[in-house]
Design a protein around this ligand. Sequence first.
Ligand SMILES: Cc1cc2nc3c(=O)[nH]c(=O)nc-3n(C[C@H](O)[C@H](O)[C@H](O)COP(=O)(O)O)c2cc1C
Length: 175
Amino acid sequence: MGHVAEPAGFRAAASRFATGITVVATGDQDGAPIGMTANSFTTISAKPPTVLVSLTRGRTWQAVARSGIYSVNVLHADDAALSAHFAGRPLLRDAPPLVSREGFFVLPQAIAQFACEVVQAIDVADHTLFIGEVRWCRHNEGTPLAFYASRLRKGVGMEISSADHVAYPGDGWWT
Ligand SMILES: Cc1cc2nc3c(=O)[nH]c(=O)nc-3n(C[C@H](O)[C@H](O)[C@H](O)COP(=O)(O)O)c2cc1C
């Protein structure tokens, strides 16, 4: 392999790409819910509705590989504790609040839920890209939890409001 970017610089540059935070959930071999925090969620296509998550080999990876389904749950700004909990720091005393809905485990308080069936799994480096076709999805209003420069942030101003809409070129920008 030729020269590659040095890891600390790569991480810092990647951290400048602002994302939301999701919990990716599925059922394990005993049918119990399991989930992990992931910001690698990407939409791929609307025809058919297709998304991907990039998961490292762990317990949730194993459960998704086995079940062939997963949900992506977009966290609300008030749910930073859920982000830490599902990133391997179990802060919540009670069982994780994943509930079964139409064949998928989901987080009821998420501002969006995508119920996906794996249509392709592609191993890349130490992760697997789980490409999923969206069987159903739902969304709510609310301020998103954001991840930027290695920190969780309240997506203040990211709630849907016309006040912070930035016009695109062609949207009156040039006139
Ligand atoms: C903000 C944040 C984003 C994360 N995004 C991802 C991700 O996209 N893919 C991934 O494999 N791990 C990601 N992680 C790490 C996993 O959440 C963590 O390794 C988790 O414990 C894995 O769960 P598991 O034991 O069920 O495999 C993220 C962690 C944090 C805090």
